[in-house]
Write a protein that binds this ligand. Sequence first.
Ligand code: GLY
Ligand code: MN
Ligand code: MN
Length: 465
Amino acid sequence: MNPSATTALYAQRRARLAALIGAKGIAILPTAPEQQRNRDGDFLYRHDSYFYYLSGFTEPKAWLVITGDGKTTLFCQPKDLEREIWDGYRLGPDAAPAQLGVDAAYSIAELDARMPGLLDGRDSVWYPFATHKGLETRMDGWLGSVRARVRFGALCPEQQRDLCGPLDEMRLIKDVHEQAVMRRAAQISAGAHIRAMQLSARMLRDGNEVREYHLDAELLHEFRRHGSQYPAYGSIVAAGANACVLHYRADTAPVRDGELVLIDAGCELDGYASDITRTFPANGKFTGPQRALYELVLASQEAAVAATRAGARFTDPHDASVKVLAQGMLDLGLLDRNKVGTLEDVIEKRAYFQFYMHRTGHWLGMDVHDCGGYVEPSEIGRVSERKDPLSGEVIRDRPSRILRAGMVLTIEPGIYVRPAEGVPEQFHDIGIRIEDDAIVTETGCELISRGVPVEADAIEALMRG
Ligand code: GLY
Ligand code: MN
Ligand code: MN
């Protein structure tokens, strides 16, 4: 997209937000702070997702102020040649209106002085609750300054509202531009998974020692080679039994011939995440027990994909996966029918939880676990209570979100077999997850991450090459 087209896109989003906060509303939004890593060193800077969604601006130390009449004011770092020699280019307030399409821009140094004036006469102030440390305190200070001038005719906003509410709803439906970036991010990540699979088989074939970090390096190279700024989250490269640790990170463990490798990794491209998991035999050939479990997880993912369409509930893919997985656990002897009963019993009592303990998906977007409510807004008052069969806890359920075209979610069933009494030994220490990224459509969903295959035969074929 050319720069003026993207500028218009952000302006349209700000206009939509302005309409949502009301003519007398004001929205105040900082970008993310810089984070120190250790002495003299910061973590690589990542902007705030809400801020970027409304501005396309990636510099630190910046704030947006949007008023209900549709006007946007940006506060940003001033031009400073000396600092720019050390830290790099700054856009600066003079160039910002033309570049970003905002109505006015000032130096960040003027934020405290100008904010009371911007707040005066507004009826409600919207800012993101519980997301930026110290923001509430700063807001109190600015509101206090307006209140101190009430007897001179100032009008202090009477309502404080959570800006995350309207922004989460907006971000939940991805527009055409966002979908295009996400397709590209997923395509890059798919290529990285293919490279990691092929490297593993090739190194083992050549008699080399393979470590998890070799595969991690391959992923990173492919991400960066295509312009991805960074991984969207800490990559999981888990060899053998490590795959049963859900939040394992790529580490130093050996990748052994005959074992599976689980890779959960996706790049972030231009502010958007991808999130793909593939599980493959390190040497390129599934053993019998590995393939049996793999086919089961794949069948459960297919059931979840078939349940993903506009009009379905967010929980429908999960329920479809669980049904297939639970039946498979009974058929393969992971669960003993004599102990756990029928399929219905396994589902009702959550006996499958021993081997499948996470949900089948989450929203995906700028954040890998993206924002957006999981409860259907039109049915928020319909609360029911039930007792969890495993913990005994009383759970308050609300109707799950109804999927709409343009929502993006992951579909990621898995199975994780830790050694335990009664669990067939041939399955011990096998961990498998298959994760794809889906754009919901009216009739189904578009899987944007299938540039890397999922069928066992297709994986074996590409690892032979
Ligand atoms: N990679 C994070 C997740 O799958 O949720
Ligand atoms: Mn995921
Ligand atoms: Mn993942």
